[in-house]
Design a protein around this ligand. Structure first.
Ligand code: G4P
Length: 526
């Protein structure tokens, strides 16, 4: 007879929770949609498309909120495939890139890095990769748009290593590229997947002995087969062998080639990914590692979405389940607040209409109705001791000085700033000496959200004046002298009173580091 614990173990084993990291236009929407279609989550796939249609729209926040009716419901997408339950965490790009994008990555157990074959590793991919690399989570690479002329696979592998500092191991290898593309050779299974039909929509799989098999010559022609043999011989000799342990530690990324829009290589990728990607991992807390199979329910809030429904001004706190089974209506301890709360209206973001979820397991994400009681990083647990490690903060890159238009509103202004900082909407700094308030963000949208919410929720009109800084570094030193940070930089304090230097450019930052060899300059708060 299966016990509750066996059941929990099974539910954990079948889950895979990951995020797709990429630069805009690499094909994330397309790939997500194809993945969802494999799982039969067709309703949602439509909504992914709808979001895409609106993604180039105005950057006005209200517009984005309107679109959120669609995009927010796809913040987490869940589907089943081959006995697995898959959660894809959406990492907003384009104009809605924000700290939430980074924080979402802390809720993923692995990441899929999507790269455009013609463009290689791009800026936003680098930023998102670094957040994943810091956590040491496994990263799987999908090189997309093989139906177009692109860069050589070797060149891309080299770039991945040079720019991201991770070795790669191709799991398959393209046979031709662009107009000549006829398929891929699967190095693990020794088989050829052939493209067929005008639009490459049909795929035929043929088993071969190895890449020298003359059958490939018949299928692909002499020229492409010779090229394939040359490439794979080189890889066999000089490339890294597949090593699952290294993949798990995030030191080696398995690389797959394909074309999302043509659905080519997507299924193979999904199947390999499900086999190799980790199930929900234990998470560190003040009372040690919390295993997913721990029967006591626990989880943490990694994102708070405000005003999802303007009529209700509600907020949704996104909770990543770490351990145990979630059941609707259950009472849990809100550890920071020291209160028992009842989780009665949890939502899952499966479809356009928010579904009420009645049970969920480690790896799943649930949305909790939040009347203003949650902060980013809050732990909920059935046993009161569990407090998960704090979520990291991320180095802001865009700064603005904020002032209140009507001085009489100062109290509400302060309250708004305090609350929105706690929620993680913005980071706030105070200049040393002048006591000016500066806001720091990673995406322009965060400023718009801030302005809009200050007015809507606190009745305060604010003025934002962009500052020329681009980098923030927390400085750890015996003594900090503000006069040293006046040229193309300024000294500020964060909300906890830590010293932070803001720099206008990399040169100023490097110079400051050279001139202060005894000080440490950290990208995030110590
Ligand atoms: P994103 O979410 O990462 O921003 O990318 P998205 O999926 O929206 O894809 C960006 C563009 O790249 C889209 O073209 C999409 O059709 C195209 N694309 C995605 N995968 C492939 C592929 O494998 N091969 C080729 N050739 N193109 C691909 P678009 O012109 O912006 O939109 P659409 O009019 O084609 O829909």
């Amino acid at each position: 007879m299966s016990t509750g614990l066996d059941n929990l173990q099974q539910e954990v084993d079948k889950r895979r929770t990951f995020a797709i990291i990429s630069h805009p236009d690499a094909g994330k929407t397309t790939l997500t949609e194809k993945l969802l279609l494999f799982g039969g989550a067709i309703r949602l796939a439509g909504s992914v498309k709808a979001r895409k249609a609106s993604k180039h729209a105005t950057s006005d926040w209200m517009e984005i909120e309107k679109q959120r009716g669609i995009s927010v419901t796809s913040s987490v997408m869940q589907f089943d495939y081959n006995g697995h339950r898959i959660n894809i965490l959406d990492t907003p790009g384009h104009q809605d890139f924000s700290e939430d994008t980074y924080r979402t990555l802390t809720a993923a157990d692995s990441a899929v890095m999507l790269i455009d074959v013609a463009k290689g590793v791009e800026v936003q991919t680098i930023k998102l990769f670094q957040v994943c690399a810091k956590r040491g989570i496994p990263i799987f690479t999908f090189i997309n748009k093989l139906d177009r002329e692109g860069r050589s696979p070797f060149e891309l592998m080299e770039e991945i290593e040079q720019v991201l500092g991770i070795r790669s191991v191709p799991m398959n290898w393209p046979i031709g590229m662009g107009r000549e593309l006829c398929g891929v050779y699967d190095r693990m299974k020794n088989q050829v997947e052939l493209f067929q039909g005008e639009d490459h929509s049909k795929i035929e799989v043929r088993k071969v002995e190895d890449y020298n098999d003359p059958k490939i010559r018949e299928m692909a022609g002499e020229y492409l087969h010779d090229q394939l043999c040359q490439d794979l011989e080189l890889l066999d000799v000089a490339g890294d062998p597949f090593d699952l342990e290294k993949v798990k530690r995030g030191e080696l990324t398995p690389v797959f080639f394909g074309s999302a829009v043509n659905n080519f290589g997507v299924q193979t990728f999904l199947e390999n990914f499900l086999q190799l990607a980790p199930k929900p991992e234990p998470r560190r807390s003040t009372s040690g590692l919390v295993e997913p199979t721990n029967e006591k329910f626990s989880g943490y809030v990694f994102k708070i979405q405000a005003n999802m429904n303007p009529a209700h001004r509600d907020r949704i706190a996104f909770l990543r389940i770490v351990s145990g089974k979630f059941e609707r209506g259950m009472s849990v301890k809100h550890v920071r607040a020291g209160k028992e709360i009842k989780l009665s209206q949890p939502q899952q973001f499966l479809a356009q209409d928010r579904d009420i979820v009645s049970e969920a397991y480690p790896g799943d994400i649930i949305g909790l109705f939040d009347p203003g009681i949650f902060r980013i990083g809050d732990s909920l647990s059935q046993s009161s001791e569990v407090v998960f490690d704090e979520l990291p903060t991320f180095s802001p890159e865009i700064f603005a000085k904020v002032t209140v238009k009507n001085a009489l509103k100062h109290k509400q202004y302060q309250k708004g700033i305090d609350q929105l900082t706690e929620e993680g909407t913005i980071q706030v700094f105070t200049t040393v000496g002048f006591e000016d308030t500066l806001l720091g963000v990673v995406g322009q949208l965060q400023f718009e959200v801030f302005e809009y919410r200050m007015k809507g929720e606190y009745g305060v009109d604010v003025q934002l004046q962009r500052m020329p800084f681009q980098f923030a570094r927390w400085i750890v030193a015996d003594k900090v002298d503000p006069s040293k940070f006046r040229i193309n930089s300024t000294l500020v304090k964060d909300k906890k009173g830590n010293y932070v230097v803001l720099f206008e450019n990399e040169y100023a930052m490097r110079t400051a580091m050279e001139k202060n060899p005894d000080a440490k300059f950290l990208e995030t708060a110590p």
